[in-house]
Design a protein around this ligand. Structure first.
Ligand code: ZN
Ligand code: ZN
Length: 360
């Protein structure tokens, strides 16, 4: 059995097409025949070595995988022929956090990350060292959409899960609650739909973005009110308009920042009601200067949660939610394996609409 792989041979340079025998499954592991592999900004960062060697040379990138099991340890729960997605954030497997599927918080900080630290999806076959990281996909979910769930899908899902307890608490005592989602790109659109599914009925979902077109798609995805935060809108105006849109409580009971630059952070802090939940997701502020104003968090009793992906149990919950058919994936374009590096360049240049996936 042979596989074609697009390997990272030099940072910042096109991948190399290699052909080799497919390795056999290790004890406790599996081999998956990839059907689709999502092309993600993280792959661009890995290919350009922005993670300082986290993705080693000779590695096959691509961490968003959906395919069929062709070999698996006989003791595993899943069987050959099962359609699966890969929870790509493997940890040490032995610590108490890994034991409950919270491998992104592995206490030993071990990173077995398929498609970053180890061979991943830009290949016909992938070897998964731990079969427990595979999640079965029901027939009601298209496989090209399924491959997106372990990355953008689960991140937005986890972000919404983080606000659920606070929103439920407020909604018990007020019929007029609103939440704010900042950023109406890919994550934001998942977020709007998950918020509508997971939050108590009647909670209004507000979406803010600098782009009018993106806000229109957020509306189509179910958001109740769109807030245009264009370049000509100053902080005071943006905050006042958002608070007004939030209704009788005069502010949002929870907010998710999918952008996370100092400006959005500061606005959210002012828009949240006392005791509101501030969920921070976006990495765009990674290099941004500025500091977090701590006192308002004390005086306004704001809570804050940082979100990096989600857990393995959450991915299983997300698959069950998607199987109900009420959440629509973003528009998806298919590309041949050989073109994956060019697709990455298009992604970096902002030329990819919706999500691009490699069809194997
Ligand atoms: Zn990704
Ligand atoms: Zn661990």
């Amino acid at each position: 059995m042979a596989r074609r792989s697009m390997r990272l041979v030099e940072y910042g340079k096109p991948f190399e097409l290699t052909k080799e025998e497919v390795p056999t499954a290790p004890k406790g592991g599996a081999v998956v025949k990839n059907e689709y592999a999502g092309v993600c900004h993280t792959d661009a960062h890995s290919a350009d070595d922005e993670f300082s060697g986290l993705a080693p040379l000779k590695c096959v990138l691509g961490h968003e995988m959906a395919g069929t099991i062709v070999e698996i340890d006989p003791s595993a729960e899943l069987k050959v022929g099962d359609k699966v997605i890969v929870y790509w954030h493997g940890g040490c497997g032995g610590c108490s956090r890994c034991a409950v599927g919270e491998t992104t918080a592995c206490l030993k900080d071990v990173k077995h990350w398929a498609g970053i630290t180890e061979d991943g999806g830009f290949s016909d076959y992938v070897v998964i060292p731990d079969a427990k990281l595979l999640v079965k996909v029901p027939d009601t979910i298209a496989m090209d959409a399924a491959c997106l769930l372990p990355c953008s899908g689960i991140t937005a899902y986890n972000a919404v899960c983080n606000m659920v307890p606070t929103v439920q608490d407020f909604a018990k005592h007020s019929a007029d609650c609103a939440v704010l989602l900042v950023g109406a790109g890919g994550l934001g659109l998942w977020g709007v739909q998950f918020a509508k599914q997971l939050l108590p009925a009647g909670v209004r979902v507000l979406s803010a973005d600098v782009d009018e077109e993106k806000l229109a798609t957020a509306k189509a995805a179910g958001c109740d009110e769109a807030l245009l935060w264009g370049k000509d809108v100053d902080d005071d105006t943006a905050v006042a308009a958002a608070k007004k849109a939030c209704g009788s409580l005069g502010g949002a009971v929870a907010a998710i920042d999918f952008v996370n630059v100092p400006a959005t952070f500061g606005r959210i802090e002012k828009i949240l009601v006392q005791g509101g939940m501030h969920v921070v997701v976006g990495l765009l502020g990674g290099d941004a200067p500025g500091s977090v104003p701590l006192m308002p968090y004390v005086l306004s009793r704001h809570q804050m949660a940082g979100v990096l992906m989600g857990s393995l149990p959450q991915l299983k919950d997300l698959v069950a939610l998607m199987a109900q058919g009420n959440v629509k994936p973003p528009p998806i374009s298919h590309h041949p394996l050989e073109n994956v590096y060019d697709v990455l360049q298009d992604l970096k240049a902002g030329k990819v609409k919706g999500r691009a996936v490699v069809k194997l």
